[in-house]
Unconditional design. Structure first.
Ligand SMILES: Nc1nc2c(c(=O)[nH]1)N(C=O)[C@@H](CNc1ccc(C(=O)N[C@@H](CCC(=O)O)C(=O)O)cc1)CN2
Ligand SMILES: Nc1nc2c(ncn2[C@@H]2O[C@H](COP(=O)(O)OP(=O)(O)OP(=O)(O)O)[C@@H](O)[C@H]2O)c(=O)[nH]1
Ligand SMILES: [Mg+2]
Length: 468
């Protein structure tokens, strides 16, 4: 876990070797002596200066732009020094090592350990400091990581909106309404003689209902945002030869999995993330489900069930040219029974009738009929997958959210529902009502990090990349 600290830290803030320009970034207190050592002169605050970055002998390691952001007006809220150099991995490593060396030199003669302890930053440590110094809240810090990791344009744009505070503002709006209601209830608790009349006059129930409506709206948008970030896992399952691998290839638009007329071709799970309207779907092709005496195939089938167990949705593939054969239908029925007994009730199973091009009989009602071979019906399947994922068109101004946020909002909703139950009772237990509202606010504050355990913070920031 990431420990809190105020040691000065340094890191290469770009992916070395990939960018033409690379940045070494230092954050801490009183960086003046370090600036003198590396830049040979003081820097004007927040102004780029082109100069040589000096090694211990006063020779230039590289020439680039130096920037000094004095605290508190920096990304971290601390003193920040940036050395914008050429982006080669070796150059940047040299500069980083030079910062560490210079800090040690600066400390030694003066005896004042101001820069001592300059060390390489942990992943996420710059962002963590920005958070701890109140520059950004937790949802914004998460949005930085999500922006960097974004794999689609839609995800990047919505992460950008979260970073600029769009999501946090919605959460704050909820919090303000909640605080108002809490004040009312707490005041009533303090003056019991006024009691319930007071709450009624202030229309506490009305306020609560409005808050719940507002929360539901934020919840819908957060779920969409989390979907954009996390996507869903779709597992293609069915009997051997149904065309599972062909379907994966058709969805991905590439020959990823081996297709052959031999039943039992696929053994390993073949996974690919595809995008439909910017929503990532993690699709897994699996071994055909059947009893087999082949040891390797058995392992493949066990892996297939393992994938099914962690699916958000299952595409149950059928070979439409064979569905009328009693033995085939019986085997499908048996698979369906096992699917139903293993899957949670909220995991949808969509029947997909494949090989429509070669079939003489029409597909049964429900599900999607298609041909993985000709591509016929694939577009309809994509639309069904979006519906199954819960994607509701493409709302303008969507912000990115995480499952963590969606969970927190769901807990807020539960506490508000409890509060509503207390409020609606004939003799409302005001202390219980107040407690539910307090718990609702705690859950809400977890999103922006105004209330949260150190463990939670450690988990979130340690998943950042180095230099952020
Ligand atoms: N060179 C460089 N580019 C970068 C970053 C960086 O650290 N360095 N960033 C790193 O993520 C992002 C930009 N984030 C930043 C956020 C705040 C401040 C800053 O100086 N804030 C001050 C002043 C604000 C103002 O003048 O309005 C402050 O908040 O007080 C700088 C960068 C992306 N680009
Ligand atoms: N006519 C027709 N043939 C198809 C279609 N989809 C797949 N096939 C054929 O069916 C056979 C099996 O296809 P695969 O995609 O390998 O089937 P699978 O379900 O992955 O099979 P296993 O990996 O063995 O479980 C191949 O010969 C494919 O060319 C289709 O839409 N129409
Ligand atoms: Mg296959």
């Amino acid at each position: 876990m990431l420990a809190r600290s105020t040691d000065p830290i340094v890191a290469i803030a770009t992916a070395p070797g990939r960018g033409a320009v690379g940045i070494v970034r230092v954050s801490g207190r009183a960086l003046g002596p370090l600036i003198d050592a590396l830049c040979g002169r003081p820097l004007k605050p927040r102004e780029a200066t082109y100069l040589p970055f000096l090694d211990a002998d006063g020779e230039a390691i590289d020439r680039g732009l130096a920037l000094h952001f004095p605290a508190p007006h920096s990304f971290t809220g601390e003193d920040v020094l940036e050395l914008q150099a050429h982006g080669g991995a070796v150059v940047l490593q040299l500069l980083l090592a030079r910062c560490l060396e210079a800090a040690a030199e600066v400390d030694a003669p003066s005896g004042k350990p101001r820069l001592r302890g300059l060390r390489v930053a942990e992943p996420g440590e710059f962002s963590q400091r920005a958070f701890l110094n109140g520059k950004i809240d937790l949802a914004q810090a998460e949005a930085i990581a999500d922006l960097i990791d974004a794999s689609t344009e839609a995800a990047a744009r919505s992460a950008g909106r979260s970073l600029s505070g769009a999501f946090s503002r919605e959460v704050h709006g909820l919090r303000d309404a909640l605080v108002h209601l809490r004040m009312l209830v707490e005041a009533t608790l303090d003056f019991p003689e006024e009691d319930i009349d007071f709450l009624q006059k202030a229309d506490a129930a009305g306020q609560l209902a409005a808050l719940q409506a507002q929360l539901a709206a934020v919840g819908v948008r957060a779920r969409q945002g989390a979907l954009l970030r996390e996507g869903i896992k779709v597992v293609i399952a069915g009997q051997p030869n149904a065309g599972k691998s062909s379907l994966l290839n058709a969805l991905a638009g590439a020959e990823l999995a081996i297709v052959s007329a031999v039943a039992g071709t696929t053994r390993d799970v073949v996974s690919q993330t595809i995008q439909i309207q910017g929503v990532p779907l993690h699709v897994a092709d699996t071994a055909g489900l059947r009893d087999s005496s082949d040891e390797v195939e058995q392992i493949g089938v066990a892996r297939a069930w393992g994938q099914i167990d962690s699916a958000d949705a299952v595409l149950f593939l059928h070979d439409l040219t064979r569905t009328e054969a009693p033995a085939y239908a019986a085997a499908d029925a048996e698979i369906l029974r096992t699917l139903q007994s293993r899957l949670a009730a909220d995991v949808p199973v969509l029947d997909v009738w494949n090989k429509q091009d070669a079939a003489s009989s029409p597909a049964p009602a429900g599900g999607v009929a298609l041909s993985a071979k000709t591509g016929d019906g694939i577009e309809a399947l994509r639309q069904r997958l979006l519906e199954i994922a819960g994607w509701q068109s493409v709302p303008e101004g969507l912000y990115l959210a995480r499952a963590r946020h969606v969970d927190a909002l769901a807990r807020v909703a539960r506490h508000l529902a409890q509060a509503g139950a207390h409020l609606g009772a004939r003799n409302p237990a005001l202390d219980l009502l107040a407690e539910e509202l307090r718990l609702a606010q705690n859950a809400l504050n977890e999103i922006t990090g105004e209330f949260g355990s150190d463990d939670l913070l450690g988990v979130i920031f340690s998943r950042f990349c180095i230099g952020k």
